[in-house]
Write a protein that binds this ligand. Structure first.
Ligand code: MN
Length: 231
């Protein structure tokens, strides 16, 4: 059968080599994976609370090298930044064990899980879905991906975000309550994972509001930085 309008363009993330790209299938995100961030969001005993998952559509992604132009979204007065390590899967499966999970990780990147905090808070208070607070256009930002065979598997190192030159978020990957392999294993109990899946692995403390015109620099030790401007 003929499509009645052109197929949508594929969603990709650039690799740091400048030649290849990673075709994106799905975007998963982990909530409350750093204890200090869980506390700032109101959790009283984050260690006893398992991280949980939510999703964003693949076409919410803004990715590439150089300064990314990110559209400030409609319908919010409180857009928040969350700097996160992004894990890119080169293979998938179901019921993956923690031992095997690391071998499925093809590449790592620096990402932003942008959040309409006011809409998320309203949804939380009413027991409604988070989608309109989390899964809007340009809500997933990702810098160039670095292959694990080049940078090694990342389980420690500084993660930070500067906005207009001021440090807003700062932490270390060792503070993640769930490591990347545990996240992959746990997520594979819930859905069949596949090559092309991106997983945003949670944010350290210090989330806060963004304005139009803000310039963001997000960094994780060993990875290419992400730079973005809110337009
Ligand atoms: Mn997040």
């Amino acid at each position: 059968m003929q499509p009645i309008f052109p197929f949508h363009p594929p969603v990709v993330v650039a690799l740091a080599d400048g030649r290849s790209c990673f075709p994106v299938r799905r975007i998963f995100c982990v909530g409350r994976n750093y204890a200090e961030h869980a506390r700032e969001m109101g959790a009283s005993n984050p260690a006893q609370e398992a991280p949980f998952f939510f999703t964003k559509p693949a076409d919410a992604l803004v990715a590439g090298s150089g300064a990314l132009q990110v559209n400030y979204p409609s319908a919010t007065r409180n857009l928040h930044h969350e700097v996160e390590m992004v894990v890119a899967l080169g293979e998938g499966g179901q019921e993956i064990t923690v031992d095997v999970a690391q071998s499925l990780i093809l590449a790592y990147g620096v990402g932003l899980d942008l959040t309409r905090r006011d809409l998320q808070a309203s949804a939380k208070s009413k027991g409604q879905p988070w989608d309109m607070g989390k899964a809007f256009d340009h809500s997933a930002v990702c810098g160039p991906l670095k292959l694990a065979r080049e940078c090694g598997h990342l389980d420690s190192g500084a993660i930070c975000l500067h906005v207009n030159g001021d440090m807003r978020q700062s932490g270390d990957l060792t503070e993640m309550m769930w490591t990347a392999p545990r996240i992959v294993a746990e997520l594979s109990r819930l859905v069949r994972l596949a090559a092309g899946d991106l997983i945003y692995t949670g944010t350290p403390a210090g989330v806060g509001p963004l304005q139009r015109g803000d310039r963001l620099e997000a960094r994780i030790a060993g990875l290419p930085p992400l730079s973005a401007v809110m337009v």
